[in-house]
Design a protein around this ligand. Structure first.
Ligand code: AHG
Ligand code: MN
Ligand code: MN
Ligand code: MN
Length: 341
């Protein structure tokens, strides 16, 4: 590595030296990054690693608390993150998309002051067709005086996050991280086995001509969403006065990474199918961490009617509608919703 390469370890030591993170938070991010390297190796093996396909035994699907059929890699990624974070003494408890409730750190290990939430494998419907997937994580403080955290102690708004990030397992494996002072990207140097800082201070362009939504749900959308997307599809002769492009990977990590890199707006709005549950995407370990990263990169994130990071969680697996990305475009989407309420 040339001397100009700053490793994740050096970046975190410098953040700690600057007083922006604690030693335990530095350890936490290092541990999660190391677990993501293990997940990247498992994902990269594909069919050769016996990790593709659905979890479960004897032809019985393994259904998680979300009502989804788990993939083997959902379960393996979850186990890797649980094992990596159990013994370090930096956490009081953890919660996962793949676990019904949160879990305190086992009694045989020391406990720390942080709570870790994660989506161990995001976009898992793509894993069997070799399309980018990822891991998303969010870090909260355990409330003072709470030694044995329960679900209720995780129910903090997104503004309470002290760190958030994702790892995207794509052509390259990249870790994107915020500790509240900008959003920074690290690329895995596989020969050395360490993450190297490749973008300090990601910045999302304020305007965009690119939107990401699953348009197959169009007939189920609320009126504001119909109008908002309809006007974009009308192109330069329509009310928006410009042509738009569309991308939809169906891995939130891949779509949001593109938007952090070149701008755009990601949305998973309410539709009549998911509205009874409050939306499709989960607040605590998808929408909130991604919103923290996007805001720290100069973007915006909303439910369409409220700043995402201000939402008061009512449950560990609470779902929300999501609009995030280029600030001016998110504000436009919010205006469409305001105009229709
Ligand atoms: P997960 O694989 O963790 O359950 O998340 C999948 C999510 C998100 O990654 C993606 O944006 C969205 O589901 C895709 O939804 P559709 O399949 O309905 O397009
Ligand atoms: Mn899932
Ligand atoms: Mn997900
Ligand atoms: Mn997942």
């Amino acid at each position: 590595m040339s001397s100009t390469n700053i490793s994740l370890t050096r970046f975190l030591i410098e953040e700690q030296r600057a007083g922006r993170i604690s030693p335990d938070l530095r350890l936490l991010v290092e541990v999660v990054a190391r677990a993501c390297k293990s997940i990247s190796i498992a994902v990269g093996k594909g069919a050769l690693g016996g990790v593709l396909g659905d979890a479960g035994a004897n032809g019985e699907a393994s259904i998680n608390v979300q009502g989804e059929a788990q993939k083997k890699l959902d379960v393996l990624s979850n186990e890797i993150l649980l094992e990596a974070n159990a013994w370090g003494g930096h956490l009081a408890g953890l919660a996962s998309e793949e676990m019904d409730t949160s879990h305190p750190i086992p009694d045989k290990y020391p406990r720390g002051n942080y709570l870790l939430l994660f989506d161990p494998l995001d976009g898992s419907s793509n894993i069997d067709v070799n399309i980018s997937v990822g891991t998303i994580f969010s870090v909260l403080r355990c409330p003072d005086g709470v030694d044995n955290p329960g679900d209720e102690h995780f129910l903090q708004p997104g503004t309470a996050q002290v760190a958030a990030g994702y790892c995207t397992y794509g052509p390259s494996t990249m870790l994107v991280l915020t500790v509240g002072h900008g959003t920074h990207a690290f690329t895995l140097d596989r020969e050395v086995g360490s993450f190297v800082l490749t973008t300090r201070g990601m910045k999302i362009p304020e305007e965009t001509r690119e939107f990401a939504v699953n348009v197959s749900n169009q007939r189920f959308w609320e009126a504001p969403m119909q109008a908002y997307v309809g006007d974009m599809l009308a192109g330069k002769d329509g009310p928006r006065g410009k042509d738009f492009n569309m991308r939809w990977v169906a891995s939130m990590v891949a779509d949001v990474h593109r938007i952090l890199t070149r701008g755009g707006i990601f949305s998973y709005p309410l539709d009549s199918k998911c509205a009874p549950k409050g939306g499709k995407l989960r607040l605590m370990y998808e929408a909130n961490p991604m919103s923290f990263l996007v805001e720290q990169a100069g973007g915006a994130a909303s439910t369409g009617r409220q700043r995402m990071l201000d939402v008061q969680p009512t449950g560990l697996h609470m779902r929300v509608p999501v609009f995030m990305g280029s600030k001016a475009e998110v504000e436009t989407a919010v205006r469409y919703h305001a105009g229709h309420d």
